[in-house]
Design a protein around this ligand. Structure first.
Ligand code: C2E
Ligand code: MG
Ligand code: MG
Length: 455
């Protein structure tokens, strides 16, 4: 007797997805680096099946996280069109003898870095309630005969061992009181630490919106850029600012789908402003990137695909990163920033002066713009020393050939001082607060896209 997968269509409305994510979340396996504790399993599977590559993966709402590989080193894959979705839909193991001939893949290749597998067999890794949390998959570069039942049992047994390890881990976490996402006492007190499921639902129900805050040329107050700032329009709690949910989104891995949405939405809005702008070009829109987004493989490809889809030139998009969101591996950071830079998008170093602000990083990484953190701007009228600090940062940026944006300008005095010291650009409540897109559309129709002189 042999087993072969039937045709299944990929669908995004997964029944029982909430329960699945809950169970997955409780194990704490999401969004962590590959774990060597699973390596014995993938190696065993590779030897038994004479496989070219074996992957043990777990799937969250949008990504597949590879926890152990034998063969091709893969870290992360999109969930759409994945083997994980196929197993989830079938709710059992699947064997595909010839990927090229299988209707689910529509003649698509399944490239895993250098490997182009021709066949695979994949078994679900389940929680005790039966929800599929992940898959153990053996790949071969040859098409294969359908798998004998006892062979498939072997693969399922190995997947079961992975499931047992995971369950042990869940129990350990519960005993150590770690089942909840780590939150500060303050966050618990105000119950502002939203769950992964809350955020996933918010995404599905389109409760996130982008507000935009103008960045102006200080000499003219002409709008030169717009910073996209996310808000959660909560049905009960009203408008929730990003600092009340972005840390939880980072912690749970939800920042990736939320960040994807933000980037796509900003591109869509740029396209809308471009098509409405008569004469003067729409200003560049800058999107904040979190550490997880930055660390994710294929970031530049993803950004390029979004730009293409929205038919917008890359100079219309900027990406803001804080120093702490860059990866500690300098070589890799250089590679990612370089590939983004080659695309033609602007790179802005956000909140400069907070964190450890290494001069070496500033000098060696290809940032175009330095944004002075608003805490410095806030203090600059409080004495000579804080003023000198801002002056030094402005001079430093100039020496490095970077543009400078002062954040958080609230008073006329700050505005005048910044202009006098040669800071070219700024943003702050003095000019405009972050506003919904429709109000920005109105501002962009002002003569010369110039904001009125603040009193
Ligand atoms: P940020 O990127 O440094 O954004 C600037 C923050 O300063 C915004 O807060 C903005 O409303 C606020 N701000 C601007 N001018 C003034 C001013 O004159 N006075 C004062 N007091 N504040 C001013 P917001 O919108 O609450 O965002 C906070 C942070 O959340 C952002 O800091 C950014 O780090 C993060 N964030 C916002 N949107 C996103 C997003 O889509 N993705 C990610 N990963 N992070 C985001
Ligand atoms: Mg920013
Ligand atoms: Mg900032």
């Amino acid at each position: 007797m042999t087993v072969e997968a039937e045709l299944v269509s990929d669908t995004t409305a997964w029944p029982g997805e909430d329960a699945r994510l809950h169970a997955l979340y409780a194990t704490g396996i999401l969004d962590t680096a590959p774990e060597s504790s699973f390596d014995a399993l993938t190696r065993l599977a590779a030897e038994y099946f004479q496989a070219d590559t074996v992957l043990l993966c777990f799937g969250d709402a949008s990504r597949i996280w590879v926890k152990s590989h034998w063969g091709e080193p893969v870290r992360e894959l999109p969930r759409q069109g994945s083997i994980f979705n196929l197993v989830l839909a079938e709710n059992r193991s699947v064997v595909v003898s010839d990927i090229a001939q299988h209707a689910y893949f529509h003649g698509r290749h399944l490239p895993l870095r250098r490997l182009n597998p021709a066949s695979f067999a994949s078994a679900p890794v389940r929680c005790p309630h039966g929800d599929v949390l992940g898959v153990l998959t053996v790949f071969s570069c040859q098409t294969r005969r359908p798998m004998a039942v006892d062979e498939l049992r072997m693969l399922e047994s190995l997947a079961e061992i992975a499931a047992n390890q995971l369950e042990l881990r869940r129990l350990q976490r519960r005993m150590c009181g770690e089942a909840l996402p780590p939150a500060t006492a303050e966050q618990h007190e105000t119950s502002l630490w939203p769950s992964m499921l809350d955020m996933r639902r918010a995404l599905e129900e389109r409760q996130f919106v982008l507000y935009y805050q103008p960045e102006v040329e200080l000499a003219t107050r002409r709008i030169v850029g717009l910073e996209a700032l996310i808000r959660w329009v909560h049905p009960q709690r009203g408008l929730i600012p990003p600092m009340h949910f972005i840390p939880a989104a980072e912690e749970s891995g939800m920042i990736l789908p939320i960040g994807d949405w933000g980037l796509a939405e900003a591109c869509r809005q740029i396209q809308a402003w471009e098509s409405h702008s008569s004469g003067s070009a729409a200003p560049r829109v800058c999107v904040n990137l979190s550490a997880h987004q930055f660390a994710r493989e294929g970031l530049a490809d993803h950004v390029e695909a979004l730009l293409r889809r929205a038919h917008i030139p890359s100079r219309q998009l900027g990406l803001e990163m804080t120093e702490s969101s860059l990866i500690s591996d300098t070589g890799l950071t250089m590679e990612v920033l370089g590939s983004l830079r080659r695309l033609g998008v602007s790179l802005l170093m956000d909140d400069f002066g907070t964190g450890y602000s290494s001069l070496h990083n500033l000098h060696s990484f290809p940032f175009d713009v330095l944004k002075i953190d608003r805490s410095f701007v806030n203090r600059m009228t409080q004495g000579d020393q804080p003023l000198q600090i801002v002056r030094t940062i402005v001079d430093l940026a100039r020496a490095l050939g970077m543009d400078v944006v002062a954040e958080g300008i609230e008073t006329r005095q700050q505005y005048d001082l910044l202009r006098q010291m040669g800071c070219r650009y700024g943003q702050g409540f003095l000019f405009a607060r972050p506003l919904p897109a429709e109000q920005i559309t109105h501002m962009l129709s002002l003569p010369g896209q110039t904001l009125p002189d603040p009193a």
